[in-house]
Write a protein of this length. Structure first.
Length: 256
C-alpha cells in the first residue's frame, strides 16, 4: 500500500512537470504574412466594401452613389463612413500592422488641402441609406451624434497632391491595430469615419477615389486596406514533446 501511494505521488509530480513543460514551449509567434482588402481586387475579384458620403447640409439625404470619399469643411461639411469585411483573415491571426492606402482625386474640388483624420466608427450603417442624421434613413436609426459616431483616432493623412490618382497612406498606429484586432474578434467588420481635421473654412480637407469601378477610377485605385499579421505556431521541439507526452500518459496508465 505504501509503495502504491509513493508511486502515485511520483506519477502526479511527473504529470505536473510534463504539463508545465508542454505549456511553456508549445506556442510562439509565427512568421508575418499580409492580407489586402480592395474592392474588385482582393481577397477575391468579387470583394466589395460599403461606404457612404454624409453631408451636413443634407441631414436626411444619402449622398450615394458618389465617385469620391469626401472629407471637407466649410458651408457643407462632408464626411465618409466605410466598412471593410476582414473576416477572411486566418483563424487565430494576431494583427501587427494596419494601413489604408487611398488615391487622391485632384478634381474633387478641394481648394485648401489639409489634414484628414481617420477614426473608428462605432455604429453600423446601411450603405446608400445613411445620412448626416441617420445611420439608416429607411429604418429611422439615428446616429447618437449627428455626423456619425466615432471614437479612436486611427491615423491621419495630409491630403493635397496635385497629381491625380497619387497614393496617400493612413499609416499604422497602435490605435489602428487595436481597432482591427477588435473588429476581427467581433463581427468581422472594420468601420471607419473619415473627416477633415479642421471643418471650418471653405474647401478644407481632402477628396479620394471611392471603392468601385462604377463609382470611381477603377478597382486598382479603390481604397486598399493592408493587414500584417502572424499566427501562433509550434516551436521546432514542440511536436516531439507532444509525442513524448502521449507516450508518457500511456505509460502512466500502466505504471500508476
Amino acid at each position: 500500500m505504501k509503495n502504491h501511494i509513493v508511486s502515485h505521488v511520483r506519477c502526479s509530480g511527473l504529470i505536473i512537470g510534463m504539463a508545465g513543460l508542454l505549456s511553456a514551449t508549445m506556442v510562439s509567434p509565427g512568421l508575418a504574412a499580409i492580407s489586402t482588402f480592395q474592392a474588385g481586387v482582393s481577397p477575391t475579384a468579387g470583394y466589395t466594401i460599403a461606404d457612404n458620403d454624409i453631408r451636413s447640409t443634407a441631414p436626411t439625404t444619402s449622398e450615394e452613389p458618389n465617385p469620391r470619399w469626401n472629407a471637407t469643411g466649410g458651408g457643407a461639411i462632408d464626411r465618409e463612413v466605410a466598412k471593410f469585411n476582414i473576416s477572411a483573415l486566418p483563424v487565430g491571426a494576431i494583427i501587427n500592422n494596419v494601413s489604408l492606402t487611398v488615391y487622391w482625386n485632384a478634381t474633387g474640388g478641394v481648394s485648401t488641402p489639409t489634414q484628414v483624420d481617420l477614426y473608428r466608427a462605432t455604429k453600423d450603417f446601411t450603405e446608400g441609406n445613411a445620412s448626416w442624421t441617420y445611420a439608416s434613413n429607411s429604418s429611422s436609426i439615428p446616429w447618437t451624434t449627428p455626423g456619425g459616431d466615432f471614437d479612436l483616432l486611427l491615423s491621419t493623412d495630409t491630403a493635397g497632391s496635385t497629381v491625380d490618382k497619387s497614393a496617400s497612406v493612413f499609416a499604422s498606429t497602435a490605435n489602428f491595430v487595436t481597432a482591427a484586432q477588435a473588429a476581427y474578434a467581433g463581427d468581422g467588420f472594420l468601420r471607419f469615419l473619415l473627416k477633415a481635421d479642421v471643418e471650418t473654412g471653405s474647401g478644407t480637407g481632402g477628396s479620394y477615389y471611392a471603392q468601385s469601378s462604377e463609382q470611381g477610377a477603377g478597382p486598382s485605385f479603390s481604397p486598399l486596406l493592408s493587414i500584417q499579421y502572424s499566427l501562433p505556431v509550434p516551436e521546432p521541439g514542440s511536436l516531439g514533446l507532444i509525442v513524448l507526452g502521449g507516450l508518457f500518459l500511456a505509460w502512466r496508465k500502466r505504471a500508476c
